[in-house]
Design a protein around this ligand. Sequence first.
Ligand code: HOC
Length: 366
Amino acid sequence: MQKKRVPKAFYDYADSGSYTESTYRANTDDLAALKLRQRVAINVDQRTTRTTMVGQDVTMPVAIAPTGLTGMQWANGEMLGAIAAEKFGVPFTLSTMSICSIEDVASVTTKPFWFQLYVMRDRGFVRELIQRAKAAKCSALMLTLDLQILGQRHKDMKNGMSVPPKFTLANMIDLACKPGWALRALAGRKTFGNLAGHIKGGASGIVTLSEWTASQFDPTLSWDDVAWIKQEWGGKLILKGILDVEDARLAVAAGADAIVVSNHGGRQLDGAMSSIQALPAIVDAVGHQTEVWFDGGIRTGQDILKATALGAKGSLVGRAFLYGLGAMGEAGVTKMLDILHKELDVSMALTGTKDIREVNLSNLVR
Ligand code: HOC
């Protein structure tokens, strides 16, 4: 339904990977290839999916992933996503590249949300974002490490995606078929809420996504910057975009409270391994030192169970969130969370498991 309701350019932006999209596909294919172990005649009454992520109580081991341009899926999408996540009892992560600002989201939530940070060339601006996240009482900072430069996304190029978003003739024709989206957009936030003063590009003020990213994001990002950000922030720090055991060890040494095994949804290094393929070795190497979380390909509760069985203490949900949001706004996000929870609960029961915290490798057919 998201595809029918969201303008093509924004639908494609969310639902695509870089280059040949091989890593994007591998994320879901490799999860599907894992098999859960059916068990019978085990008392599975009174089950619970409740656990904690960086010390925070969660209804199930899931957090909404930071996703760029979310407010372009449905007007005020970040605010609606945060409201739905808070009601459900899972963390919401606001992207630096959001349409609604940190302050917008803080104004509609009563519990702390998380803020995702990109490292920009302008370190004064990075410091400012950290201060704004602190002022909004964000309870964790998720620092993304795998986007020093942008992986090329062919669909975005074909659709003429730009910063700020602009409408080509083809986009306008497509928009005419999506009046609901357009009406909501008129009333909602329309520009990057966190980036005031940082979106102007070329002479026209409009540049491609990769040109804009190249002008703003810092390709020199190093572990020294991570140390500096940890110090500036002073709270729970989650490092996202780890796919390699050596990097996982460096992330632990940098003092990460959690690391997210992720290839950015297959949107960055095409040809990289799938996230689920990378997870076991990273859990083996650093799972006893920090929380290892999973991101990349989660579409069902069964997927969450599989990632948990391989040692993930939590899973991020990005595209499934956008599918729900783009289809039905807040109600769509709630529906998506309900479906994931139901699938997780039923699958736990059918694998003979009562408590998500007891899920382990024995839940998989090896
Ligand atoms: C608009 C510039 O995480 C993504 C996001 C944001 C990347 C910067 C794009 O699309 O993967």
